[in-house]
Design a protein around this ligand. Sequence first.
Ligand SMILES: Nc1ncnc2c1ncn2[C@@H]1O[C@H](COP(=O)(O)OP(=O)(O)OP(=O)(O)O)[C@@H](O)[C@H]1O
Ligand SMILES: [Mg+2]
Length: 274
Amino acid sequence: MLVVEDLTKTFGANIAVDAVSFTVEKPMMIGVIGRSGAGKSTFLRMMNRLTDATSGRLAFEGRDVLGLTGRSRRDWQSDCAMIFQQFNLVPRMDVVSNVLHGTLGRRSTLATMFNLFPRDDIHRAIDILERLGIAGHGPKRAEALSGGQQQRVAIARALMQDPKIILADEPIASLDPMNAQTVMEALRRIHEEDGRMVIANLHTLDTARRYCDRVIGMRDGRIVFDGTPDQLTTGAARDIYGAGADFSEAATSTSIDAIETPAARALHEAEAIV
Ligand SMILES: Nc1ncnc2c1ncn2[C@@H]1O[C@H](COP(=O)(O)OP(=O)(O)OP(=O)(O)O)[C@@H](O)[C@H]1O
Ligand SMILES: [Mg+2]
């Protein structure tokens, strides 16, 4: 279904994604983990053609994704909707209009200019919001909603595109645990009920283990782990994060980054001596 072969992205001398290869046979929920700078976002951005790959191959259902241009590239971007950590909603616009913006890819410039939406689309937007349990907030400005609710609006906007794949870049990194759970459950349900593939960059191990069928671990642009949550042992996780023996399962990519600064390491060593 999805074939990724030697996908590489370099920025000058820096190799952000280094010959990444994997295949996906059927729609799954895949979590991508790894410390800050491992190449997770760059990988997702190449996948939906927000950024061009330096080399490699990416095929989805036989379609050569990296070769798409113009209209077919935009069609592909509709097929793989993106969700971001910061939701990327229009804060002062109402929730329903934010969701309707998911259809922008296929509307005329004139209709867009005047904010004209077909009645069917409006009904569909409301149905999707209902499904995500936030239809009651439809008329409110997006900025009036909690983070978890805003992320569900972003998911609703993505669903308006009727995508085959949902790419989520740290969808819960800005949310408290309760909201994070609601959002992850929504993504999981969309995967199970609609059969859509979900690929999510996640910054905590337990989230990847709990919600994903498969976990891909990246380190310095390379895939260093690819397996089921069961196979993701503490040792494997330590390897992915390049962390020392003080590695904690509860750590996040951000906190590991903090642990690994030279100053923090010196502090830990000093504490060990004391
Ligand atoms: N536009 C860019 N120009 C130059 N270098 C970049 C650019 N985008 C990313 N990089 C570099 O590519 C590498 C991978 O970055 P990327 O953002 O993909 O990592 P990440 O795993 O998503 O990290 P984080 O967990 O912090 O989001 C880093 O070294 C980063 O500095
Ligand atoms: Mg990132």
